[in-house]
Write a protein that binds this ligand. Structure first.
Ligand code: SAH
Length: 227
């Protein structure tokens, strides 16, 4: 079973949207498991404080290293083989290749940040790897972690209807996917491209490859350059 352990101040947000559709069915079947850890259980004092003001001044609050480390130490065995990720806009951007690698492993442990983020020392002290889902700032790591989990879970064996449907998609071959059509054959005066109705599978494959290349050149030339 692929296992996800989430460290968060908002465990009630889970499984959230992951409880529906493909990921929800797979959770119910036991293809993967989801466990949440409330960081606040290791908070300090009567108010279970988890954050404090930033050293050096400035706005906002920072999650304390000692509190987060205590939560991680209680929730994860020292020899747990899963990568320990910290959702963070400073992280390496998540890619389909990384998603595939994570899905092929034993699962993930994920820390969801809040406020201004977490004390830098716990990142180093507990070997957290920062992962970003894109160049914009969210208010917390929970939704970002769900994005990562959704992308991984759909690749687990048996989750998608057809095993093949994972391998032709956008990014898998370094390109964006070709356009799709379905019935009716004509809709508001727009026809399904003739080639797709030809039954000639080699020709269809060529057309799709050309469409993929053209679409990628137009929308995402950066993918063609391989950067
Ligand atoms: N002050 C931080 C942003 C904090 S946002 C900075 O400027 O870098 C609060 C939390 O939301 C972060 O700790 C992180 O867990 C999450 N988060 C925000 N944007 C994200 C993104 N693009 N990818 C992944 N996590 C993100």
């Amino acid at each position: 079973m692929w296992r996800a352990s989430i460290f968060t101040l908002y465990p009630d947000m889970f499984p959230g949207p992951l409880g529906a559709s493909l990921s929800g069915d797979a959770l119910g079947r036991g293809t993967w498991s989801l466990e949440t850890h409330q960081i606040r259980e290791h908070g300090l004092g009567r108010h279970r404080a988890v954050d404090d003001t930033p050293a050096g001044g400035g706005p906002g609050m920072v999650i304390r290293a000692d509190v987060l480390a205590a939560s991680l130490d209680a929730g994860l065995a020292a020899d747990d083989p899963r990568p320990r990720l910290l959702m963070s806009p400073r992280g390496r951007p998540l890619t389909q290749a990384r998603v595939r690698a994570l899905a092929a492993g034993p699962g993930v442990a994920i820390v969801c940040g809040r406020f201004e983020g977490v004390d830098e020392r716990v990142i180093a002290g507990r070997g957290l790897e920062e992962v970003s889902i894109g160049d914009y700032v969210l208010s917390g790591g929970e939704i970002a972690s769900m994005v990562l989990l959704d992308a991984c879970v759909r690749l687990l064996p048996g989750v998608m209807g057809k095993e093949a449907s994972g391998s032709e998609e956008s990014f898998e071959g370094g390109l964006l996917e070709y356009p799709h059509y379905t019935r009716p054959r004509e809709w508001e005066g727009r026809e399904i491209p003739e080639v797709l109705l030809s039954g000639d599978h080699a020709k269809i494959a060529r057309w799709r490859a050309e469409q993929s290349r053209a679409l990628t050149a137009e929308r995402r030339p950066d993918l063609l350059k391989g950067d």
